[in-house]
Design a protein around this ligand. Structure first.
Ligand code: ARG
Length: 261
């Protein structure tokens, strides 16, 4: 609880600094009041597979998706420096400051063996829970489902992340929809940091809707099926810089190996 308070104080200071910087630049454009998950608030009742990844004090730092009662898919970069004993998975908790839902300890963290940094790809991890989550699971894409990413397809993102670049986290779970972006367009935005085999981009050309810090590890759903993992981006919700998500079809077989293990 004191940890949560500390985190929130830090977030408030960060927001104040960001606001001051925005005022100095006198650029009160859409960016200043952009809500990542620009869409709407939602609940874990509506998305029961949506998990908070937290530290041992239940301070959320990433999202994750429940794909079996004891397996959670998240981003490898979320697990940097983490050990099973320092991580918890919290299900059924819509609000960061809630105490409801189910808290599970983690018995194993699998990080993709080739992962180095998010911009090099392989940004996928699977957590094994010590106890089962009593929530509906999400299904995830198979390795041959590559057609789901066709440019312009509506994809849903979810998370408790910051509601603007450099802003503070959202106490309530939020969701938005963003169109997938073609690989050539995303390469145009990000150059060689965009690895098409391992990543897929989603966002409106005009920006304004995106995932942001703290949303990482959470789902990109296409047709209700887990198809991507929130990974990285240049700022958040900037025009011309869509969000980048792990292309789960590439890692589907490896995830299945972990889900069955
Ligand atoms: N790396 C961020 C995290 O750890 C996610 C950033 C997503 N950025 C974006 N513009 N979509 O939470």
């Amino acid at each position: 609880m004191s940890g949560l308070t500390r985190a929130r104080k830090t977030a408030v200071v960060t927001a104040a600094v960001a606001a001051a910087a925005a005022a100095l630049l006198s650029a009160p454009t859409a960016e200043a009041d952009t809500r990542i998950v620009g869409g709407t608030t939602t609940t874990t009742s509506a998305y029961p597979f949506m998990m908070q990844i937290t530290d041992a004090s239940q301070n959320q730092f990433c999202g994750g998706t429940l794909v079996s009662p004891t397996k959670v898919v998240t981003a490898a970069h979320c697990m940097a420096g983490e050990t099973p004993s320092g991580v918890r998975v919290v299900g059924g908790r819509t609000y960061l400051n809630g105490s409801d839902g189910t808290v599970a300890k983690v018995s194993d963290i699998w990080v993709h063996p080739d992962y180095t940094t998010a911009t090099r790809g392989d940004d996928v991890a699977v957590l094994t829970l010590s106890t089962s989550m009593p929530y509906a699971t999400a299904s995830y894409v198979g390795s041959s489902d590559t057609g789901v990413y066709a440019a312009g397809t509506s994809a849903r993102i979810l998370g408790w992340g910051t509601t603007s670049s450099g802003g503070s986290s959202s106490n309530q779970l939020r969701t938005a929809t963003v169109p997938t972006v073609s690989d050539s367009s995303c390469a145009g935005s990000y150059g060689s940091d965009f690895v098409a085999s391992d990543m897929v981009c989603a966002g409106k050309t005009s920006g304004g809707v995106d995932s942001c810090q703290g949303d990482s590890g959470g789902p990109l759903l296409i047709g209700g099926v887990l198809a991507g993992i929130t990974s990285w981006g240049e700022g958040c919700a900037q025009a011309g810089y869509p969000g980048v998500y792990t292309r789960l079809t590439t890692f589907s077989a490896e995830v299945t190996d972990q889900v069955r293990s």
